[in-house]
Design a protein. Structure first.
Length: 214
């Protein structure tokens, strides 16, 4: 296993687990961290598609990923409306890229465009729904669980680091039934965990805007 694989694997497990289990309760803290991870992966994808030097294969791809991740994290921390857009848009983007590649169309510019379009649809839908608590729980549990499974499979050698070029959902589709079952189990467990004290959760039906500067 490469150093790059170890780093990304650890980040995927740690950030994914926190996001899956505490996505609603610690939303303001965890969303920027999750946004950084999503930006890191997406930036490396874009760098690879534009410059063709490999996914996390060069200092350039790491640089693009880190810069984009920091930008997303900062925006999601300070701006309420941007945080809402990133919440849904990130899941839509990962699903779009993953399914497009899984259908056999590759992971080039077209896949990125498809991901961005689906991300925009998810972002608009999340925004219009006003971010109810259940939606935050489902989106955080789903995406966090996918990250955890990817991280574990990277350490087990079942997923190569380059496999994340398909997105955290696309790489699961490529690894068959075991990966999908593992994701479903963690996804369900995360939802159950976040739904503890459901009365208090439903009372806070939307993310509090006062916790943001803008």
């Amino acid at each position: 296993m490469t150093i790059e694989g170890i780093i990304i694997g650890i980040l995927a497990i740690a950030i994914g687990a926190a996001w899956a289990l505490y996505g609603l309760k610690l939303f303001v803290i965890l969303l920027p961290i999750w946004a950084f991870f999503v930006g890191l992966i997406a930036g490396a994808q874009w760098g690879d598609s534009l410059f063709g030097q490999g996914f996390f294969g060069t200092v350039l791809s790491w640089g693009i990923g880190i810069v984009f991740g920091i930008v997303l994290a900062a925006i999601s921390y300070f701006w309420y409306y941007a945080a809402i857009v990133i919440l849904g848009g990130a899941v839509g983007y990962m699903l779009g890229v993953g399914f497009f590649e899984w259908l056999g169309f590759g992971t080039g510019i077209i896949a990125i465009v498809v991901g961005l379009i689906l991300g925009a649809i998810f972002a608009i839908g999340t925004f219009m729904l006003g971010v109810p608590a259940i939606l935050v729980i489902v989106l955080s549990a789903a995406s966090g669980a996918a990250a955890v499974v990817n991280g574990v499979f990277i350490f087990l050698g079942q997923i190569k680091l380059e496999g994340l070029d398909n997105g955290v959902f696309g790489s699961l589709l490529h690894n068959g039934v075991l990966a999908i079952v593992a994701w479903i189990v963690i996804f369900a467990a995360a939802i159950f965990y976040q739904l503890r004290g459901v009365e208090q959760i439903m009372a806070a039906a939307a993310i509090d805007r006062s916790r943001y500067q803008y």
